[in-house]
Design a protein around this ligand. Structure first.
Ligand code: SF4
Length: 313
């Protein structure tokens, strides 16, 4: 385990509090990693206000509100406003963007204090995006949402889940959205749990197959001098030379508060679901690598993870 991970975040490391108000959602993504049985597990407003208050008292600087889908909650504006009054430096939501196609709704969220939106987009092609999230018209709504948020000068970052339907088109995807003025991209290699575990043969893709396209995409992001390109859940041996893009290269310093679980340190917690292989001991990344997700190697095997001996050029 990287030596700077602690079970409970030290006071000075408390950066992001990720609040998951519940698991209800208005989409049905084929790669969703949440157990569908949890969809009706949701916190009350009173419980969430207490969690937000405690997070601020504990010293967290930023508040993220995710889910499930936060925009289907009637109290979202109220929660954002409460967090802003407590003086979190940044309040952001993580959303599928469908509800943000309504200009008046975006305006109300921003007036409540919303600073930043992470919006989930999985293709630049409407047909593919709508198929993946299982909602006809979702992509059209996202384009409207981007327009609405940009008019309100809200910071936008794109989250995208790497899968069989989109991995080859990522350079074109970045090109398309960067031309719309978005410069921040977060590539998430999915966890093979929930619906993703059921659909892995149809939607899943080997990390090694996706890696060359991600490399090309990161090179483009650097070439275009965009703000940010990061990737979650890929070990360094599969993207050697792009360690600066890997979220796990440095502590994420995040606590998660969900209706059914509290994770004191996301960095520390995820290690228990990963394994280092015997051959990993010979790898130059051994000390800092967290290993391979068990849910991945149970399905795809582990032969693609091979030690890297040389320093990348
Ligand atoms: S070979 Fe093992 S230690 Fe090296 S990067 Fe891959 S998973 Fe990590």
């Amino acid at each position: 385990m990287p030596e700077n991970y602690t079970k409970i975040l030290k006071k000075e490391d408390r950066d992001l509090f990720e609040l998951l108000p519940g698991y209800a959602c208005n989409a049905n993504c084929r790669f969703c990693s949440i157990d569908p049985a949890k969809r009706n597990v949701n916190n009350s407003t009173k419980e969430l206000l207490k969690t937000i208050y405690d997070a601020k008292k504990d010293g967290f600087k930023y508040l993220g509100i995710g889910g499930g889908e936060p925009t289907i909650r009637k109290d979202l504006q109220f929660l954002i406003n409460f967090a802003k009054q407590l003086k979190f430096d940044i309040v952001r939501i993580e959303t599928n963007g469908i509800a943000l196609s309504r200009p008046d709704y975006c305006k109300h969220l921003v007036e409540s204090g919303l600073d930043f939106v992470k919006i989930s987009i999985h293709s630049r092609k409407a047909k593919i995006h709508d198929y993946l999230v299982n909602v006809p018209g979702a992509f059209k709504n996202i384009l409207k949402a981007i327009e609405n948020l940009q008019k309100l000068k809200v910071r936008i970052e794109i989250n995208t889940v790497i899968n069989k339907y989109n991995y080859k088109e990522y350079p074109q995807f970045v090109d398309f959205f960067s031309q719309m003025g978005i410069g921040s991209f977060c590539f998430i290699y999915p966890l093979y749990t929930g619906r993703m575990a059921d659909n892995w043969r149809e939607v899943g893709i080997n990390i090694k197959k996706a890696a060359p396209y991600l490399e090309e995409t990161f090179n483009l992001i650097d070439e275009l001098e965009l703000d940010k390109g990061i990737v979650f859940n890929i070990p360094p041996c599969c993207l050697s030379g792009h360690e600066d893009k890997m979220v796990e290269s440095s502590p994420f310093n995040t606590k998660v508060g969900a209706p059914d679980i509290t994770v004191e340190s996301i960095d520390f917690d995820r290690i228990k679901n990963k394994t280092k292989l015997k051959r990993c001991q010979r790898c130059r990344y051994f000390q800092n690598c967290e290993g391979v997700w068990n849910s991945y190697s149970n399905l795809f095997g582990d032969s693609e993870f091979q030690p890297i001996y040389e320093k990348p050029k």
